[in-house]
Design a protein. Structure first.
Length: 56
C-alpha cells in the first residue's frame, strides 16, 4: 500500500500488454493498480500463434 498522498499509476486493461507494463513498473518500485473493465477470459485469448499446435 503506497503512503498517503503518494502517486499510483493505473493501468487500464489486464491483457498481455497491460500486465507486462504493470509488472515492469512494479519491478521498478512504482506502485501500480491494474483495472480491467471485463475481467475473465476474453474472446481473443487464443489467437493464432499464442498456443503451440498439438503433436500430430
Amino acid at each position: 500500500m503506497p503512503a498517503k498522498g503518494a502517486q499510483v499509476d493505473v493501468i487500464v486493461g489486464g491483457g498481455v500488454v497491460g500486465l507486462s507494463v504493470a509488472w515492469r513498473m512494479a519491478r521498478a518500485g512504482r506502485p501500480v493498480t491494474v483495472v480491467d473493465p471485463a475481467p475473465g477470459r476474453g474472446p481473443r485469448t487464443r489467437r493464432r500463434g499464442c498456443w503451440p499446435r498439438s503433436a500430430r
